[in-house]
Design a protein around this ligand. Structure first.
Ligand code: FAD
Length: 412
């Protein structure tokens, strides 16, 4: 009797539920975009394989505090055990090739993965061909520290070892690049180190542009906290670095050569190499996408999120990569199941520290418009320019809370 009931129940089950595995997505890159995307895709009931070479991810947000000796590097590191417990297959390998027609990814060991759709989130590559004299070997002397890890620790060590009375030079690129306010947060926290521990020293900040994120907030904080210590040189005053002399610890501008005891060169950037190898980048070096689904405009069934994507008004930030991951995962699930892709609204907030317990922020909201992600007018803003110290301290605490939340969401 029991046996007969069971076979009846089986007979009533719809055939596909027994026969078909869910559609499968391969995610390339296990940073803020890829890890968040893998989890969101899994949440939609899809099969997910994440491909990431490193067993430990080292986060850039708050790495400027590590450089300033205000935070241990250990707090920047995250593993992938949390993703595995969600049922995500995590492979520690680099993707070396993508065949978007055959829907196949080749890994460094020669193995091949098939997919129904592909999510590309490889972050940035540093353009070591863009500044004469600044290649990978030069970055061992003049660190960029724009990909967190050994470079972050190298710059921290160099600043720590510099004698009081020394000069630190920073070179900041033109847009677009990863984390628009990041260089100015770094300048602020380095200035904090000098003010508190090496007060006879100087920081020279050379910029290849005239305007930057949260500029009024940064400049008023610099005037109040670091007068005579931090000198900012914009493009129009000769701030654009055109070459680097690594052995001489110097950078060259249109007007002169600046020598430093420590030199931090942040070079121009483009999408991670695998995006170019796949054919997902345009002449800008970044990946054009549809702003509702994040599907590549160049490769079918391939979606691109995070720093690698051209996301219009949305900045290249961890917050943005995480927000894009959720929207993109929902769109991929809809496309795989043949339902409509919703028109999204996305948010971003970027916090910066200008000193310990002194935080400022900029927030924005974005939606598709004319094929790009555009600002939603009136929906964003920055911290007030004349806020009391308690507000700045609260924003510094919110920044910490944000970091805990986003890293738990991506890796927890
Ligand atoms: P990433 O996080 O770089 O991840 C890309 C991943 O792809 C990497 O793990 C890499 O190993 C992997 N990968 C690359 N190629 C391959 C391949 N061929 N195969 C497999 N895997 C591959 N953002 C904020 O929101 N708030 C902040 O306060 C903030 N502060 C910052 C401070 C600094 C100093 C810097 C440099 C950045 C900061 N950012 C901040 C920006 C933030 O770090 C990036 O925007 C974010 O990491 C982008 O996420 P992503 O997933 O696109 O790229």
């Amino acid at each position: 009797m029991t046996v007969r009931r069971r076979s009846l129940a089986l007979a009533l089950l719809p055939a596909p539920a027994l026969a078909q595995a869910p559609p499968h997505v391969v995610v390339i890159g296990g940073g803020f975009g890829g890890a968040s995307g893998a989890r969101a895709l899994r949440g939609h009931g899809l099969g997910v394989t994440l491909v990431e070479p490193n067993p430990t991810y080292t986060a850039c947000p708050f790495s400027n505090a590590v450089i300033a000796g205000l935070r241990p590097m250990q707090q920047q590191r995250f593993g992938y055990a949390g993703l595995r417990t969600q049922g995500i297959t995590v492979l520690h390998a680099a993707a070396t090739g993508i065949d978007a027609v055959a829907r196949r990814v080749t890994l460094g060991d020669g193995s091949v993965l098939g997919y129904d759709r592909l999510l590309l989130a490889p972050g940035i590559a540093l353009r070591f061909d863009a500044l004469p004299g600044y290649d990978e070997a030069a970055s061992a002397l003049l660190p960029h520290a724009w990909q967190a890890g050994a470079q972050t620790e190298l710059l921290a060590r160099q600043i720590e070892a510099m004698e009081d009375g020394g000069t630190i030079v920073m070179a900041i690129p033109a847009n677009p690049y990863r984390c628009p306010p990041g260089p100015y947060e770094r300048a602020s926290l380095i200035a904090h180190v000098l003010r508190t521990r090496k007060p006879r020293s100087k920081l020279l900040v050379l910029d290849a542009k005239d305007a930057f994120s949260k500029q009024r907030l940064f400049e008023s904080a610099w005037a109040a906290l670091y007068p005579g210590l931090l000198e900012y040189v914009p493009l129009s005053a000769g701030g654009r670095v055109t070459g680097v002399e690594a052995e001489g610890r110097a950078v060259v501008t249109d007007f002169t050569t600046h020598h430093g005891d420590v030199v931090n060169v942040i070079p121009p950037q483009r999408a991670g190499d695998i995006a170019r190898i796949a054919g997902a980048t345009d002449r800008s070096g970044w990946c054009p996408i549809d702003p509702a689904s994040f599907e590549s405009r160049l490769l079918p069934r391939v979606h691109v999120i995070g720093d690698a994507a051209i996301a219009g008004a949305m900045p290249k930030s961890a917050f943005a990569a995480n927000a894009q991951a959720r929207v993109c995962a929902a769109a991929m699930a809809a496309l795989l199941r043949g339902t409509a892709v919703q028109t999204p609204k996305l948010l971003n907030t970027c916090y910066s520290l200008v000193a310990p317990s002194y935080g400022i922020s900029v927030a924005g909201a974005y939606q598709p418009s004319n094929g790009l992600l555009a600002d939603i007018a009136g929906a964003g803003g920055t911290s007030p320019i004349d806020a009391p110290a308690a507000v700045r301290a609260a924003e510094a605490a919110y920044a910490e809370d944000w970091f805990e939340t986003i890293t738990a969401d991506a890796f927890g």
